[in-house]
Design a protein around this ligand. Structure first.
Ligand SMILES: Nc1nc2c(c(=O)[nH]1)N[C@H]1C(S)=C(S)[C@@H](COP(=O)(O)OP(=O)(O)OC[C@H]3O[C@@H](n4cnc5c(=O)[nH]c(N)nc54)[C@H](O)[C@@H]3O)O[C@H]1N2
Ligand SMILES: Nc1nc2c(c(=O)[nH]1)N[C@H]1C(S)=C(S)[C@@H](COP(=O)(O)OP(=O)(O)OC[C@H]3O[C@@H](n4cnc5c(=O)[nH]c(N)nc54)[C@H](O)[C@@H]3O)O[C@H]1N2
Ligand SMILES: [Mo]
Length: 762
């Protein structure tokens, strides 16, 4: 297949004429407000969002600026808050009316739409219902079950929202209990980043801070959907573009926020002064085509250096700071353009034009999201972006760097304070000294390994600190039945979801406070902290009255279970820690003195306090002590060869969901309304397959293991994406993904470029 325009056909595809932001985003907030029957006081809560003295949004992990806007929230942050502040309640009476098995027939939206969970509940298998129970009864029963099982058969999952204080205690509890089985949502998300950046530049997180976006000359964007998933970033992009910074985007889909933006906080734009164009160049790379695309960019840069007498690369930086350059240069030279065009789906001319922007820029930032991390060769995707940046020394100086856009609001912070299945990331000796115990040293389970353990029966107990594990993982049809063989399942949650409908022999559903709610403990109202994508730590103080008097904070629940499980130890002051979270911050500061010294004093700094990043200082905490170039062994980020009738499926988020939380059915920015049961296809592919727009089809998984995987009754929707690629929504399409379709290095499930075929609807 030829590259460039030959790959696409735009006529007759669904298109949304408006911009991201603008009136549409305000309408989106208003609709959520009505649907959730949120009270007007909820608007007052929004005013405090992401500001000092207020609470930190529970949506994405984007940074919180030093000088916030009057309304420092976006459409989707507002939706997340209003969803939490709904006046709807899902209490014991609801569970009297509905058996757990019957609820399995409900959609994700309808389950969460019942509102906030209000009472601790125990699953009663005889009646197939959740029944209310007491907190102490729950803690004692959970403790008894955990003690009766081998510690290493337990898994403590976390979904990336819980505070640093809760996360620290949760990880400590796991280690005191005797295991490192601490997977979190990061294992399905940016684990590729944690593994790749740690190995290549010696820092598991991005090197940028917010100010870098005020100084850069070019931003190269790979597989991150800003308009939906981190909309506050659009303001920074708009400002950058207005001062002349160039944006080049690689994405199979022309995502609205990255093409143009109307700032809802600017009256002139809202009244029609015209949208800001964001991307100068928009390259619709094939899913899995980024290794090849970036190789093309590097080839142009290397050739320019050769032509211009070595004045293009930062040779001084490469000689002093890097390893592996010569091998990489040789590989780039040996890679033919024909392979690059085939694998990327882009033309040499387009890649040369994009490389022109790179060459003209003194300071470049590389931004990326799930479009790079969720691939079988996600590691190599990131390694190629690191290669590109290293060529001209774009890591470790102001206005430049690598910027993974993280997902959950505290997902990065959870890893920072010990929720990690990799014990080498945790100062175990320090913990041993602080708490007088011998922490387990064996590596724990990643998310994928937890699923393998469910299938082979070695995992016996699962605690979920938030999240919707069963719905977020691949291969659901195989895993749901395995789940019910567990001895113990415990879910700490705000709302009902599908994971809560598959229970172990002993099962508890424990409702917790949301972050916008007041957390009153013995010493008074409690502050918690979170870390954003830029390694800044922020205090968060909830003001709202809790959804039910029965609710407990996540920290109190974790401490309650820990106390009921572990043998008494004078150094484990679970009750004191629950009474005053400042004591937990003292523990964090003691465990991580370099990053968290005087934590209690610093948490209210406006803009948050920075815990630092070694790679930003050009100190490379890698094996070689240098930053590493990588010569990847492949050009495609997938292992599945092209074949007639086989498509590369991208699973996507709509503009009306937060992961498995489906707020509604409006993917406003892609022009898809009222439905999620769709398969987006290029019109030429629709014709070639003998299909028609509006027709219902089934998708079949096409993994090498030959196992049957199927999702039925999806409507064919013509859409502008590269031929041979199709797209649809996560989590509905997760049953199509084989469990072993994951990044080879980090085991992040590869939810992009999933091999599938189309069949007649059944
Ligand atoms: N409102 C809202 N905000 C969210 C979330 C949410 O669900 N809703 N989720 C949060 C979480 S946990 C996360 S991790 C982030 C996720 O935010 P993103 O990282 O933006 O993840 P996705 O929504 O999966 O979108 C991936 C993008 O990559 C593109 N893509 C797919 N395959 C490829 C490829 O091979 N190459 C390239 N270059 N691009 C590709 C897709 O077209 C899409 O635009 O957002 C967070 N913020
Ligand atoms: N196919 C496919 N699969 C994917 C992805 C993809 O792009 N495609 N993305 C992956 C990614 S990036 C991620 S991060 C995972 C997400 O996986 P998870 O983090 O496990 O899932 P969420 O949907 O974020 O969890 C939603 C639930 O969290 C609970 N909750 C909400 N707020 C709170 C709170 O404050 N406290 C507590 N205790 N509970 C709360 C509610 O009960 C809600 O139902 O999914 C992954 N799966
Ligand atoms: Mo995520």
């Amino acid at each position: 297949m030829a590259g460039g325009d030959a790959m696409r056909e735009r006529s007759g595809t669904v298109a949304y004429e408006g911009s991201s932001g603008g009136w549409g985003s305000l309408r989106g907030i208003g609709e959520t407000m009505l649907r959730q029957a949120a009270t007007p006081a909820a608007l007052d809560t929004l005013r405090r969002q992401n500001k000092a003295g207020g609470f930190m949004c529970t949506s994405c992990a984007w940074g919180k600026p030093k000088h916030p806007h009057a309304f420092e929230f976006c459409e989707n942050g507002a939706k997340a808050t209003l969803w939490e502040l709904t006046s709807r309640r899902c209490g014991p009476d609801f569970f009297v009316r509905h058996s757990v098995t019957a609820l399995r027939g409900w959609s994700d939206h309808d389950l969460e739409h019942q509102g906030r969970l209000t009472h601790p509940m125990r699953y009663d298998a005889a009646s197939d219902r959740y029944l209310p129970c007491g907190w102490d009864e729950a803690f004692q029963a959970i403790g008894r079950e955990l003690r009766a099982l081998p510690p290493k058969s337990s898994v403590f999952y976390a979904s990336g929202r819980a505070s640093l204080e809760t996360s620290y205690l949760y990880a400590l509890f796991a280690r005191l209990h005797g295991h490192n089985n601490l997977p979190d949502s990061s294992n399905m998300c940016h684990e590729t980043t944690s593994v790749a950046l740690a190995r290549l530049i010696g820092s598991p997180v991005g090197t940028c801070v917010m100010d870098d976006f005020a100084q850069c000359d070019a931003i190269f964007f790979f597989g991150q959907n800003t308009g939906t998933n981190s909309p506050r970033f659009l303001h920074l992009l708009q400002e950058a573009v207005e001062r002349g910074c160039k944006v080049v985007t690689f994405n199979p889909i022309r995502e609205k926020g990255l093409t143009e933006f109307v700032n809802p906080q600017r009256p002139t734009q809202m009244l029609g002064a015209g949208a800001t164009r964001i991307s100068d160049q928009y390259l619709q790379v094939r899913p899995g085509g980024d290794i090849a695309a970036i190789m093309g960019l590097c080839k142009v840069v290397l050739a320019a250096d050769a032509q211009r007498g070595g004045t293009v690369l930062d040779h001084g930086f490469i000689a002093e700071h890097c390893t592996g350059f010569e091998a990489f240069r040789a590989q780039a030279a040996a890679t033919p353009w024909s392979s690059i065009e085939r694998e990327s789906g882009l033309s040499q001319a387009d890649l040369e034009a994009a490389a022109g922007v790179f060459l003209a820029a003194k300071r470049v930032i590389g931004v990326y999201g799930m479009g790079l991390t969720q691939h079988v060769h996600g590691f190599e995707n990131i390694a190629m972006l690191v290669n590109l940046l290293l060529l001209r020394g774009h890591i470790g100086r102001p206005g430049a760097g690598i910027c993974p856009v993280r997902g959950h609001s505290n997902v990065q912070g959870q890893r920072t304070v010990g929720i990690a299945e990799k014990p080498e990331l945790v100062p175990l000796d320090k913990l041993a000294e602080q708490f007088g115990f011998d922490p387990p040293r064996e590596t724990g389970l990643t998310t994928v390994e937890v699923c393998e353990g469910l299938l082979d029966g070695s995992v016996r107990a699962f605690l979920g600190l938030g999240g919707n594990f069963l719905r977020a993982i691949p291969d659901q049809a195989r895993l749901e039945p395995a789940w019910e063989r567990l001895q113990l399942t415990v879910q700490i949650a705000t709302k009902l979801n599908r994971t809560h409908l598959f229970n172990g022999r002993v099962a508890y559903l424990l409702p917790c406070l949301g972050r916008s709610e007041e957390d009153l403990q013995q010493s008074g109202p409690q502050t918690v902290t979170v870390e954003d994508s830029f390694s800044h730590i922020h205090a968060s103080l909830g003001h709202r009255r809790p959804a039910s008097p029965q609710l407990r904070s996540e920290l109190a629940i974790v401490a309650g279970i820990a106390k009921a499980t572990l043998a008494p130890n004078a150094r484990l002051r679970w009750d004191d820690w629950t009474a005053d979270y400042g004591l937990v911050r003292d523990l964090i500061a003691e465990t991580y003195p370099e990053q968290f010294a005087r934590m209690n004093a610093r948490i209210f700094e406006t803009g948050g306090f920075y815990r630092g990043n070694s790679a930003r200082e050009r100190v490379w905490q890698t094996e070689s002590g240098r930053a590493a170039f990588t010569a990847p062994a492949m050009l495609a980020a997938t292992d599945v060869p092209d074949d007639n009738g086989r498509y590369r499926l991208i699973t996507l988020r709509s503009n009306d969901q937060f992961n498995t939380t489906v707020y509604g059915y409006s993917d406003r920015l892609r022009g898809i309304e009222g439905k999620r049961d769709v398969v987006l296809m290029n019109p030429a592919d629709i014709r070639r397959a003998g299909l028609a727009a509006g027709q219902r089809v089934a998708l079949l998984g096409d993994a090498a293991d030959g196992r049957a995987r199927r999702v039925d009754a999806l409507e064919v929707v013509p859409f502008d994406l590269p031929q041979g690629s199709i797209a649809g929504y996560y989590p509905e399409l997760n049953p199509l993904i084989a469990l072993d379709h994951h990044d080879r290095e980090s085991k992040t499930p590869a939810a992009k470029a999933v091999p599938v075929r189309i069949a007649a609807a059944g």
